[in-house]
Every structure is written in structure tokens, then in C-alpha cells.
Write a protein that binds this ligand. Structure first.
Ligand code: NAD
Ligand code: MG
Length: 388
């Protein structure tokens, strides 16, 4: 039996992972499930999947979790330390599906005990790519991409030499505001931004899709995961969201990965890797689809793409600062304190201010330095927002 843990089990990726695992209960030994505020869901899944332990990130919810798990045989724990301890329990495969930089440390812990890490949490690579990949190498563990674009690139590269890759093209749906006139974007509300035309995802990544901060994170994720020069990584708007990514090779050929907009494909690929198994996803009818379209992204509308290139060029801890500032700008947008287009302004101003203060971005990428850069990014973004 494959021992599995799911971090961020109550979220969109976590629930899709549970859907696949629950279809084949005899094949998995579930070690840890983690969540945050949704105790009823966490407890119900932990009992159904007979997990060893369920962990909520919130200390104050320990009693609620204990009550919900009473006499079920599933242990309850709470808080950041408990999350990290759960990540250190021996397992074969860990789904990293916490949202935000909070996903980094549990993922590192899982790699340190040798588990393969299915990485939905793109922030881990954006904040600390070299550290994550080196930790995997040091412990003989694999990092398996779950982001649909990166799973697509990973699949297109099977049997290929990375030196033959000329370019990697990530597709972007364009999110909720793809066809809005630019002037209207300034007044866009969080509720409008949180509806996605093609994918059903968590609130934060859905808003990040509308602003293209999600694609910006994914460009950086591509550089870190595949070790590809930033100038070889592109984004193209593809409203149908059926081609997830394309890899262009030195002989002019391109491999495109096409599939339904259903995260269970990428999750299932990472779950069964290097095997392929039957997955409960729609089979595409190309004749009914008829046409696949592509267009250039407009960087005036989506300044996050330009910022991603700056971050890739800067390297070092710029990714951690970028992500932290983006997380705070998103919090403030959701709370109604700043407008939709101000998110990119805040992130850009934060990057400028932090990189102007010597040493913060060039330091070595250790967990302590990433934490420091993350803290600095958040404080600086908050300060900039206070001043506006
Ligand atoms: P979500 O908001 O639906 O779920 C997030 C999960 O993280 C929940 O289980 C929540 O309880 C937990 N969580 C939130 N804050 C936490 C904290 N501070 N500490 C510990 N746990 C915390 O998010 P999602 O859409 O499932 O996305 C999860 C990750 O996967 C993100 O990094 C996202 O970018 C990435 N991803 C998601 C999709 C998708 O289709 N949803 C696709 C590609 C990549
Ligand atoms: Mg993606």
C-alpha cells in the first residue's frame, strides 16, 4: 500500500486528490490530512479515509477538531509545529496543496523524510526553488509538478534531453477579466475576480488568474523546476484552457499537452507517476471543440507578467519578496482596501524598495533567509498600502 499524506486537504486541490484516493481505498494508507478553518470537512475525510492524524493549522480549533474526531481512532493536532511534525511522519507520497508561502516548510519536511512531493503549492518554488530542489536531491525524493502547465511540460519532456528545449510556452486563460476594457479593470471587485471562466479553484488562485499573478508565479516556477533560462519561457493567452503548455525543441517541433480543465488529470499523473492509470476525467471531443485560439498577453492589462521577468532576472530571494508582497496585496484587495490594478503597483513598489536596501535579495536561499525575505516583503507591502 502506498502511504500518502495530503497537506491542504480541505481545499480545491486537496478535495480533488481525496476524490482520486477514495475511489481506490485498498491502494492507500492515509497518514496525515491537514486543513485550516473547515474542521467538519477535515474530520469527515480523515474518518472516511482512516487517516492516522488530522491537523488544523489553527491552534484555537484544536478542541473542535478533537470533538469532531472523538472515538474515531484518528489523532487530532493543531498549529504550525504540529503541521511540520505531521510532514515528518514516514510516507511515500505527499500532496502539497496548502495555499501560499505557508506550504513551503511542510513540503521541505516531507522531502527530508524521503517522500515524493506532489507540488501544487507553486509558492514553494517561487520563494525557495533552489532549496526545494536541493532538498529533494539530497534525500533521493522526487518533486512532481501538479500545476497543470508544469505537469504538461513534465509530460512533454519524458524521454527528452533538457538541452534540446528551445522554449516553454505556458498558456493562460486570461481569467475573469480577459475581455473587459482596460478602464473597467480599476473598479473590478473581489467577487467579480473570483469567478473563473474555465477552472474551479480556490478563491485566491482564481483572483490571481484574473490579475495574471498566477501566471507570473508559474513563469518563475518553470524556471526553478526545469532550470530553463527565463528568456526561453513565455506565456500566451489561450481562452479555451485545453492546451496546458507547449515545449518547443531545437528541431522546430513542438509538443503540446491537451486535456480537459480538470485538475484530477495532473494530480493523477503525479499520484501514479511514472505509470499512467485510467482517470475519471472527461475525454475531449475535438470536433465539438472545433478551434483552439491563442493571443499575445497585453502587459498593460497584466503588469504581473513583466514583474515576473524582473524577478527571474534578479534571482536570489526576489521570488520570496515578490510572493509575500503579492499575498499581502491580495489580502488587501479582498478586504476592499486597494483596487484590482493597485495590486501590481504595490508589488512593484515593494520589490523596488526591498532591492534598494542592500543584501536583502542577494542572500543565500536558506529557510531562515526565505522567512526573513517573506517577512520583509509583507511588512514593506503593508507600509506601502498604508501610505497610499
Ligand atoms: P484552497 O484555498 O482551495 O485551499 C487551500 C488549503 O490550504 C486549504 O486546505 C486550507 O485549509 C489550507 N490553508 C490555508 N491557509 C493555510 C495556512 N496558513 N497554513 C496551513 N494550511 C492553510 O486553495 P487551492 O485552490 O486548492 O490551491 C492550493 C495550492 O495549489 C495553491 O498553491 C495554488 O496556487 C495551487 N494550485 C491550485 C490549483 C487549483 O486548481 N485549485 C491549480 C494549480 C495550482
Ligand atoms: Mg496552473
Amino acid at each position: 500500500m502506498k502511504r500518502v499524506s495530503i497537506f491542504g486537504a480541505t481545499g480545491s486541490i486537496g478535495q480533488n486528490t481525496i476524490d482520486l484516493i477514495a475511489r481506490d481505498p485498498g491502494a492507500y494508507d492515509v497518514v496525515a490530512l491537514t486543513g485550516s478553518g473547515n474542521i467538519a470537512q477535515l474530520a469527515a475525510d480523515a474518518i472516511r479515509l482512516r487517516a492516522q492524524v488530522a491537523v488544523t493549522a489553527q491552534d484555537s480549533l484544536l478542541k473542535d477538531l478533537r470533538d469532531a474526531l472523538a472515538s474515531s481512532g484518528v489523532a487530532a493536532a493543531a498549529g504550525e509545529t504540529a503541521l511540520n511534525e505531521a510532514a515528518s511522519l514516514p510516507t511515500d507520497w505527499v500532496m502539497s496543496a496548502i495555499v501560499g508561502a505557508a506550504g513551503l516548510e511542510p513540503g521541505l519536511r516531507a522531502l527530508q523524510q524521503g517522500a515524493d512531493l506532489a507540488l501544487a503549492n507553486k509558492e514553494s518554488l517561487v520563494c525557495a526553488g533552489p532549496l526545494v530542489m536541493a532538498t529533494a536531491r539530497a534525500h533521493g525524493a522526487a518533486v512532481l509538478p501538479v500545476d497543470s502547465e508544469h505537469s504538461a511540460v513534465f509530460q512533454a519532456l519524458v524521454g527528452e534531453r533538457i538541452e534540446t528545449v528551445e522554449r516553454v510556452i505556458l498558456t493562460a486563460s486570461g481569467g475573469a477579466f480577459r475581455d473587459w476594457p482596460l478602464e473597467r479593470l480599476r473598479g473590478a471587485t473581489p467577487a467579480q475576480a473570483a469567478t473563473h471562466p474555465n477552472w474551479d479553484m480556490g478563491q485566491r488562485i482564481t483572483i490571481d488568474s484574473a490579475s495574471m499573478f498566477n501566471k507570473a508565479l508559474e513563469l518563475i516556477e518553470t524556471k526553478e523546476f526545469f532550470q530553463i533560462d527565463p528568456f526561453r519561457i513565455e506565456a500566451v493567452v489561450h481562452p479555451e484552457s485545453l492546451v496546458h503548455a507547449l515545449v518547443g525543441f531545437c528541431d522546430g517541433g513542438m509538443m503540446a499537452h491537451i486535456g480537459p480543465s480538470d485538475m484530477r488529470h495532473a494530480i493523477g499523473y503525479a499520484l501514479h507517476y511514472p505509470d499512467r492509470r485510467n482517470l475519471p476525467v472527461e475525454r475531449l471531443d475535438l470536433v465539438r471543440i472545433g478551434a483552439l485560439t491563442f493571443r499575445a498577453p497585453d502587459e498593460e492589462r497584466w503588469p504581473a507578467l513583466r514583474l515576473a521577468r524582473d524577478v527571474m532576472q534578479a534571482g536570489g530571494l526576489a521570488g520570496a519578496v515578490f510572493n509575500a508582497a503579492k499575498e499581502r496585496a491580495l489580502d488587501h484587495f479582498i478586504d476592499g482596501r486597494i483596487g484590482f490594478m493597485q495590486m501590481a503597483e504595490v508589488v512593484e513598489a515593494t520589490l523596488n524598495r526591498v532591492s534598494a536596501s542592500q543584501g536583502h535579495i542577494d542572500a543565500e536561499i536558506s529557510l531562515d533567509n526565505v522567512r526573513h525575505a517573506d517577512h520583509l516583503g509583507r511588512m514593506t507591502a503593508d507600509e506601502i498600502i498604508r501610505q497610499t
